[in-house]
Design a protein around this ligand. Structure first.
Ligand SMILES: *Cc1c(COP(=O)(O)O)cnc(C)c1O
Length: 259
């Protein structure tokens, strides 16, 4: 039995997934036409959920999965069930990355992207260590994490530093591929108050980064939106959404960190 098989609840992963995919399409149709018309990439966030549910989602066609603890991603990435059944799985790391966990993360089979680069130093470390793990001259895809809500508990650089950190990745980290910007933002924002300010802020950061660094906005992604607000995020320009509980069922209340 997997260490992540929490209290078993009946969830219909295929139904949850289909539902989210339908809502994504509807939200794309409502997205402002002056925004890049990039089809959003759904990252299914499988934290705390057992390998068996990941396999179910994979068999329903899902390929991108997200985890926010290095140990959990690393364990699942080498779980025999997943290695056997999910040969084309693409893992996204979406949590806080500590320097001492970099090698463990980079050594995980199927690692596709690190969405949470929050400092020059972390970018430099990833750039250096990736040489040991990459296949051929494939670059490691990364996003720069922005703390759009300014909450102390959240990681990421302030919006004003989005250009500097992006520039650092692009100019000084030849083994990394700059993909775009990611935010977590405030939880439980009440959308009846107007467009989510975190999403507006991240979209504005992208515009500034593109202006300052002469990048094509169609090539710079925005990772924002979770179960409660991914449709709204897409309307405001999200190109990557990270959805957990709507697909895999609710998680038990947050416990103390174990890694
Ligand atoms: C858990 C998590 C998600 C998904 O949250 P849900 O509300 O379950 O959709 C998205 N992004 C990050 C960074 C997370 O840690």
């Amino acid at each position: 039995m997997s260490a992540y098989a929490s209290e078993d609840q009946e969830v219909d992963v295929m139904y949850g997934l289909q539902n989210v995919l339908t809502q994504i399409q509807a939200a794309v149709a409502r997205r402002a036409k002056d925004l890049p018309q990039i089809t959003p990439r759904l990252v299914a966030v499988s934290k705390i959920k057992p390998a068996a549910l990941i396999v179910q989602a994979y068999e329903a066609g899902q390929r991108h999965f997200g985890e926010n603890y290095v140990n959990e991603l690393a364990d699942k990435a080498i779980d025999p069930l997943i290695l056997e059944s999910c040969k084309d799985i693409k893992w996204h790391f979406i949590g806080h990355l500590q320097t001492n966990k970099i090698n463990k993360l980079l050594g995980s089979p199927g690692l596709f992207m690190v969405q949470t680069v929050h400092s020059d130093k972390l970018a430099d470390n990833l750039n250096k260590q990736w040489l040991k793990f990459r296949k051929g001259d494939e670059k490691l895809k990364v996003m720069v994490q922005i703390n759009t809500s300014g909450e102390e508990a959240k990681n990421g650089v302030p919006p004003l530093e989005a250009t500097n950190l992006s520039q650092h990745v692009i100019n000084h980290c030849p083994n990394l591929e700059y993909v775009g910007l990611m935010t977590i933002g405030q939880y439980d924002y009440d959308v009846s108050q107007g467009p989510n300010p975190d999403f507006i802020s991240l979209a504005k950061c992208r515009q500034e980064v593109c202006n300052n660094l002469n990048l094509d906005i169609n090539n710079v992604e925005l990772s924002m939106g979770m179960s409660t607000d991914y449709e709204h995020a897409i309307e405001l320009g999200a190109t990557t959404i990270r959805v957990g509980s709507t697909i895999f069922g609710a998680r038990p209340p947050k416990q103390a960190k174990t890694n």
